[in-house]
Design a protein around this ligand. Sequence first.
Ligand SMILES: Nc1ncnc2c1ncn2[C@@H]1O[C@H](COP(=O)(O)OP(=O)(O)OP(=O)(O)O)[C@@H](O)[C@H]1O
Ligand SMILES: [Mg+2]
Length: 363
Amino acid sequence: MALLEIRNVTRRFGSYTALDNVSIDVEAGEFFTLLGPSGCGKTTLLRMIAGFDLPDSGQILLDGKDMVGIPPEKRPVHTVFQTYALFPHMTVADNIAFPLKMAGKAPQEIKKRVNELLERVHLPNFGNRFPHELSGGQKQRVAFARGLVNRPRLLLLDEPLGALDAKLREEMQIELINLQKEIGITFIFVTHAQDEALALSHRIAVMNRGNVEQIDEPSKIYSAPRNHFVADFIGKISVMNAAVMEAVPSHLKLAIEGLGEVTAPAREGVEVGDKGVLAIRPEQVRISHPSNESQLKNHFRGKVHDFLYVGDVTTYIVELVNGAYIEALLPNSAPGRAKFFEVDDEVTISWRHDAGIFLNDPQ
Ligand SMILES: Nc1ncnc2c1ncn2[C@@H]1O[C@H](COP(=O)(O)OP(=O)(O)OP(=O)(O)O)[C@@H](O)[C@H]1O
Ligand SMILES: [Mg+2]
């Protein structure tokens, strides 16, 4: 049985449906992420798990027990917010001790537990400081410690790293993964940053306008998106309008208008005559000089329209003969070499027959 079962939960604000019949199971010990654009309903769902808000219909079960009627303080759940929400007039130790004091634990036990947690979040000598004497990353660590001190069954994290700069954010991501591994508490993590979701999670629920579009492991979400929204929201992807000419168990043959025929991986439920898009990740696309004629079946001529150099890799945006754009990623691994093509260079674009994915959901 799943630790948390969200069953057909709907939440409306007036005529607006913030969550539309959402069902999610989270297993004990998982690092589970809710990922989606601003306003898709992530915080609304967390608030209902925590008990700050109630569904209009549907159920939330924890350890098989319906949470309806159970107030937030009686649920074995703690929430960590982006803004830390530390008490400014209390020391770090008192902030962390707060949930234990509320639960009426003995002072010696509180002290021991607070020290354990300070060690665990790498702030062993910070107990007597006040929140205003801490950096953003340190404040967030205190907030994690306070969230964990009561040993909740579930820790809810609502964009906890959102206020940190990129470098610190990356450090804290690694700490968060280790923390979750060490203590084994189930995390439900909310973010609208897809790279963060991919890096941290055991599984991800991709949300869009109050709906769950896909629940899967990061690698599946990335390589086998269920629909156009997921493909587009996670990572970079180029899309071209395509019609299905042949659909057999081994492959699809697609007609790309103005370009020609391409081979793509087979996909269940796809039939001849279906229209949709061929979606392909930049790292699957090869770019070469036209003189090196590609051995691959899917190869086309194009012209470099633009490129984006980001240090380790360069993304080339290539205009194909039909006017469509496709992105190709090239690692800058040759020493001293950061640019292989110039704008307006004639190039060949190619990709393997098993790369790319045909998506035909309504957009
Ligand atoms: N109390 C409320 N009254 C009316 N509308 C609300 C209320 N709370 C949330 N909403 C609306 O519900 C939708 C979902 O909000 P929610 O806060 O869950 O989004 P989110 O996915 O957490 O977004 P973000 O990434 O910006 O935090 C939004 O359109 C929001 O305006
Ligand atoms: Mg939110």
